[in-house]
Design a protein around this ligand. Structure first.
Ligand code: FAD
Length: 513
């Protein structure tokens, strides 16, 4: 008879840390629930649903294989309406004195679960969430009394506290950050290693068919599905990344190449966000590989990658924990336009956007710079309501979870918190996209034309954005030169640019551009 009941949430599929780390089959019953709302609530990319359901079912099957008693509720069971209803039914059936789980990262999960379990006559016991490199105390002590909370400062604190990439109290190589070296475009003959693809097994195929049948009109292709959904495949994906792509991760981190979705990026956000990989083991694998092959992995690549995991990922999670609800509602720039239909796949003449959305539909994946400088940038320049941008990002990406979307979309990409997360908005005109991508070469617009029908609308949208927000940005140290340059331009010129931008933005919102 089991002595402990452990709830495993859909993003906590781990036996490395948490309540299953030292659990034995004789003493533990595991509860797993596929909430029906996942399929029938707010929209998700089909591959996000397949990845989540398939990973959960594989995890349950592995536990059963090791002798655990797993009470697994599928989304089509009557009680699977939501987590609370399902857990209450479990309590009534098995009468556990308490149910243990790691505290959920996403907001709005713990409260309803706790209430339902209590009403059914049991207790919920939350353990600290061990899926992170840093704990709350480290962040809270660092943040205490600081006026501005920037990732870079917290990242240095994480490195000091953990010893990651540190040597006698100093950063390895003498500098904390090598980002300036990470903005190259790959030469035309450079071929990124193939993205490690994981063949669907029978279980995943079944889940995919289920998802396709349950939601025939869902946006995004379910097939081909290639993400790792087991611990073994996640470890293979990690190994393939450190051996094949880590060395060039830094150099080409900001580049965008059509037909090459991942380039030298890791693609590890999916197994990380499911819990199949722990961020510390990902960092350690990169450090170990670089240690064994010092001439192969340059420091700009290693540090650049470590910063994503131990810096950005941890920072974003604490930003969500401490002010996620404020971020969710923020709209400092008072943008209120609707999300243009191009975001749902309607044809657009903006090649950069069209190609990125096409990639997203097929794979559920875009890399960081595509998210920031194409998808987010275009939405912001078009004056889109950030809440609609957030909903769309969440619906369209395979790795979407509330804790990571809210700060990244609202804070980082849409500047909706007025600079709480970033010191300037991430906006650019055609020049940046032309420098960092190959989209402009096959676009009907000319990134270098200053005016006329061939001129890229993004450049006039950029200046129109500066014009709309010039009061706010005139005193921003990183924006004031741009504002000053805009103000120095001929007034007729400015009026013409703003007028053209207004017309084009309207056409874009109407699906005519
Ligand atoms: P790599 O480039 O290989 O980076 C390695 C890892 O670092 C990622 O897997 C991820 O775990 C972590 N990482 C890097 N940057 C961030 C960041 N800003 N926040 C959190 N983790 C980071 N990431 C998600 O996991 N889920 C999301 O829903 C998500 N939405 C985003 C939306 C916007 C608008 C932006 C700008 C970023 C978003 N990110 C999100 C962060 C980042 O873009 C993705 O983690 C990354 O592109 C995933 O691809 P990868 O695994 O190949 O990453």
């Amino acid at each position: 008879m089991p002595h402990a009941t452990v709830l495993v949430l859909r993003d906590q599929l781990t036996r490395q840390v948490g309540p299953l780390a030292d659990a034995t089959p004789e003493r533990t019953r595991v509860v797993m629930i596929e909430p029906r709302a996942l399929l029938h609530g707010a929209p998700h990319h089909a591959q996000k649903l397949v990845a989540t359901l398939s990973a959960m079912r594989h995890f349950a099957a592995e536990l059963r294989g090791d002798g655990f008693d797993v009470a697994y509720l599928r989304h089509d069971a009557d009680e699977a309406e939501d987590l609370g209803t399902a857990l209450a039914a479990h309590v009534r059936a098995f009468d556990p004195p308490e149910i243990t789980a790691m505290r959920p990262t996403d907001h709005g999960v713990a409260g309803p679960v706790e209430r339902a379990v209590q009403q059914a006559g049991s207790t919920m016991r939350w353990l600290p969430n061990a899926s992170w490199i840093t704990d709350d105390a480290l962040y809270d002590a660092w943040a205490e009394g600081r006026k501005t909370l920037r990732m870079e400062g917290f990242y240095r604190e994480v490195r000091r506290a953990t010893g990651i990439l540190m040597e006698e109290g100093q950063p390895v190589g003498g500098r904390w950050n090598y980002d300036a070296e990470n903005r190259q475009r790959p030469p035309p003959d450079a071929t990124p290693p193939p993205f490690p693809s994981f063949e669907e097994d029978e279980l995943t195929r079944e889940v995919r068919r289920e998802v396709e049948a349950a939601m025939p009109d869902r946006w995004g292709d379910a097939d081909p599905f290639r993400w790792p959904v087991t611990r073994a495949d996640a470890l293979r994906a990690l190994d393939a990344f450190v051996t094949e792509r880590l060395a060039r991760f830094g150099d080409y981190q900001d580049a965008m190449v059509e037909g090459e979705p991942t380039l030298w990026h890791s693609g590890l956000s999916v197994p990380l966000n499911l819990g199949l990989l722990h961020p510390r083991e990902v960092v350690d694998a990169a450090l170990a590989h670089a240690d064994e092959h010092p001439s192969e992995v340059p420091l700009n690549a290693l540090e650049g990658f470590v910063r994503q995991i131990a810096g950005w990922r941890e920072f974003v999670r604490h930003a969500y924990r401490t002010r996620g609800e404020e971020l969710r509602r923020a709209n400092a720039l008072e943008a209120d336009g609707p999300l243009p239909p191009a975001y749902w796949g309607a044809p657009t003449e903006l090649r950069c956007l069209g190609a990125t959305i096409e990639q997203l539909g097929r794979h559920g994946y875009t890399h960081h710079i595509q998210r920031l400088m194409v998808l987010g940038n275009v939405a912001q320049l078009a004056g889109t309501d950030p809440a609609q941008v957030l909903d769309w990002f969440t619906a369209s990406h395979v790795d979407a979870l509330d804790w990571v979307m809210v700060p990244n979309v609202m804070g980082m990409s849409q500047y909706a918190d007025g600079g709480g997360m970033t010191s300037k908005p991430y906006v650019s005109g055609a020049a940046y996209l032309n420098r960092m991508s190959d989209h402009c070469g096959s676009c009907r617009f000319d990134p270098k034309a200053k005016s006329g029908p061939e001129a890229c609308p993004l450049t006039s949208w950029y200046w129109s954005f500066i014009d709309r927000h010039q009061e706010r940005f005139a005193s921003n140290p990183r924006m004031r030169m741009i504002v000053a340059a805009w103000r120095k331009r001929d007034p007729d010129d400015r009026a013409r640019i703003v007028g053209r931008a207004a017309l084009d933005r309207e056409a874009f919102r109407d699906g005519q551009l």
